[in-house]
Design a protein around this ligand. Structure first.
Ligand code: KG4
Ligand code: ZN
Length: 335
């Protein structure tokens, strides 16, 4: 079975062709057009610009994905598309394009939840995680602990109550002068600093829940920087990056430990842009070794937004009968 997938929920337009051969998923092509340079000028994603860039790119990207895969539209069996959550104007571009394709070629249309898509990036690995498993989604918009009962049935058991992990990385990066998005640059800079230099609060809310709050770390960094600025002292940028990273990573590991205890799961799948963070990856490896659990993390190239992961989830949604007609809508909220 060949799946054509389209992703346009935020600032990357992506199209991919994914193949399922006897249930084993592989990527035939995965084209990603990043808009980051357009948004970097403003220090964050500008929704209106995102929609325009998706509109400009979606057709070209899709036909490039088909060409690279060696398939033509007539070889495609299903069309998968992200329809939630994300920037509504951005989502609608990919969704309407996918609807057009599905209608014109009489193909089943499969809506995909972006976060489920991130987790599905793990299904290309060998071995791939089989439900039930616990998942950690850490991206620019989400920090969630999700219990996957099957490929298509899941329950969010922990979430951030304010900023997402990636958003917090980007904001901390911005405060120390790194260009948007600062996550990857923070990752590198953290190696040059002392993670114990600055005491920062934990993002793991100490209330027995599995929820996070990253706004406290961010405010603590702002206060620390303001104090140094008032004294006219130079900012120890690397120490800030290292201390922030340590605080963010240890918070995630703490709640993950609690979630593993609570659910009794022995398989953990991690995904999302922040899963590319090398410090987090090392801490996750340590956690899985200590607990004797199986850990699945996609290669860094599949951690950020891409359509291959949407294709992987579309495959399982299709098997579960979750197809849609032309009335399919997009939703900004995480529902
Ligand atoms: O999953 P993603 O591509 O988009 C969303 O669905 O949000 O995640 C993007 C986020 C950005 O905040 C970016 O700074 C962060 O992932 N990110 C990182 C790293 N690489 C990307 N954060 C920390 N360390 C990294 N190496
Ligand atoms: Zn994402």
């Amino acid at each position: 079975m060949l799946i054509l997938a389209i992703e346009s929920s935020c600032d990357e337009t992506s199209a991919a062709v994914v193949e399922s051969t006897e249930g084993v998923l592989s990527i035939k092509s995965n084209i990603i057009a990043s808009q980051i340079e357009r948004h970097a000028l403003f220090g964050g994603v500008v929704p209106e610009i995102a929609s325009r860039c998706h509109t400009e790119a979606v057709s070209r990207i899709t036909y490039e994905a088909l060409e690279r895969s060696g398939a033509s539209v007539s070889d495609i069996d299903i069309v998968g598309v992200t329809n939630r959550p994300g920037l509504i104007g951005a989502l609608l571009v990919g969704l309407n394009f996918a609807k057009g394709l599905a209608c014109s070629y009489d193909l089943p249309l499969v809506p995909v939840h972006h976060i489920r898509g991130h987790i599905a990036a793990n299904y290309f690995s060998s071995p791939a995680p089989k439900p039930p498993f616990l998942a950690l989604a850490v991206s620019g918009g989400h920090t969630s602990l999700i219990l996957f009962k099957s490929y298509t049935e899941c329950e969010t058991i922990g979430r951030t109550r304010d900023d997402a992990a990636g958003e917090a990385f980007d904001k901390a990066g911005r405060l120390i002068g790194l260009p948007y998005p600062g996550g990857a640059a923070m990752d590198k800079l953290a190696y040059e600093g002392d993670p114990e230099a600055i005491k920062l609060p934990s993002a793991a809310i100490p209330d027995g829940s599995l929820d996070f709050s990253f706004s406290g770390i961010k405010t603590a960094v702002i206060n620390y920087i303001n104090t140094l600025n008032q004294k006219g002292e130079e900012l120890p940028r690397a120490d800030i990056a290292a201390s922030f990273t340590q605080a963010a990573v240890s918070s995630v590991i703490k709640k993950l430990g609690a979630a593993l205890d609570r659910t009794g799961m022995c398989r953990l799948a991690v995904a999302g842009g922040v899963a590319a963070n090398s410090h987090l990856r090392r801490a996750l490896e340590e956690l899985s070794e200590k607990r004797g659990i199986e850990l699945f993390i996609p290669p860094a190239s599949l951690c950020g937004d891409n359509a291959a992961m949407i294709g992987a989830q579309a495959y399982y949604e299709y098997l579960a009968g979750n197809t849609a007609d032309a009335s399919l809508n997009a939703y900004a909220a995480h529902i």
